[in-house]
Design a protein around this ligand. Structure first.
Ligand SMILES: C[S@@+](CC[C@H](N)C(=O)[O-])C[C@H]1O[C@@H](n2cnc3c(N)ncnc32)[C@H](O)[C@@H]1O
Length: 276
């Protein structure tokens, strides 16, 4: 499944699921059970891993039996974790073929293939019917997407009236562009950051009502600075970014953290609703 898409080329590599499962065995022993909790640091591919997902679900509040859409589902870590913890069905859409393959292999390994469905496709033309989902979420995806209003319009179309969308977005700061490479882009050619004000305006233009809109940067930046120093000293355990990005990961993570510390990027969490 070769791709010419530069975003997918940035992310993709062969053998991702095998590397994740090897990391679980290295951390928990050769006969370790492959559970969503054992996988969580290793298959949730965004800054602050499972902690960030917990914050997102605190906004989204999934209810048992709901149909959820994960836009830019990566290797499926958040989708499996949420499906398992909340008794929901999750459909994950992702552009990167190798990520979809890894997500399907890890769904099988965790016994969650009947609750988490993965479809390869674009967030800008979601391969799902209108109004098919009760709720949707997207974590650290939209920084790869230039046409943000198209992204939000597609999410809006996929939600039923009253449906919720939770977002965790890297936004533009006021101190210049991020240092490249970052985990989401090797160069500026595939990085598209909106300011928090632009993000809010794009959501409103797509038709959403804003329920919560939080710039969390100041709350996380000090912990992140300490983590960057630990990373540079080689004291951080491996996370999803290390497994997925390999030798490139450390420089990318450090650049991302420095960019936040210096006000080049802002972290925003939001909950919006499609009006009834
Ligand atoms: C940093 S990863 C986050 C993955 C996942 N949300 C997570 O938190 O584990 C960004 C993801 O967005 C996906 N992506 C980027 N642009 C996309 C697009 N236009 N349509 C669908 N997926 C996209 C990438 O393939 C990648 O899996």
């Amino acid at each position: 499944m070769a791709t010419t898409n530069p975003v997918a080329q940035h992310y993709g590599s062969v053998g991702i699921a095998d590397r994740v499962l090897a990391a679980v065995r290295a951390a928990h022993g050769s006969d370790a059970a492959v559970t969503v909790d054992a996988l969580a640091p290793l298959d949730q591919f965004h800054a602050r891993g499972p902690l960030a997902t917990q914050e997102l679900v605190a906004l989204l509040q999934p209810r048992a039996g709901e149909r959820l859409l994960d836009i830019g589902s990566g290797i499926g870590g958040p989708a499996r974790w949420i499906a398992s913890k909340f008794g929901v069905h999750v459909t994950g859409i992702d552009l990167t073929p190798e990520f979809c393959d890894a997500a399907e292999a890890l769904n099988q390994a965790t016994g969650l293939a009947d609750r988490v469905r993965i479809i390869r496709g674009s967030a800008l033309a979601l391969p799902v019917p209108d109004a098919a989902f009760d709720a949707a979420y997207s974590q650290n995806v939209i920084m790869n997407i230039a046409d943000k209003q198209a992204f939000y319009r597609e999410a809006y179309r996929a939600l039923r009236p009253g449906g919720r969308l939770a977002l965790s977005n890297v936004c533009a700061g006021t101190a210049g562009e991020p240092y490249f490479p970052v985990p989401w882009a090797s160069t500026r050619e595939t990085s598209f950051l909106a300011t928090p004000d632009e993000m809010r305006a794009d959501l409103v233009a797509a038709g959403f009502d804003i329920v919560e809109f939080q710039d969390t940067t100041d709350a996380i930046v000090e912990v992140q600075r300490r983590n960057r120093e630990r990373l540079l000293r080689g004291e951080m355990p491996p996370v999803a970014a290390d497994i997925i990005l390999g030798a490139r990961a450390r420089e990318m993570q450090v650049n991302s953290m420095r960019s936040t510390e210096e006000g080049r990027t802002r972290m925003v969490e939001a909950l919006v609703r499609k009006p009834v």
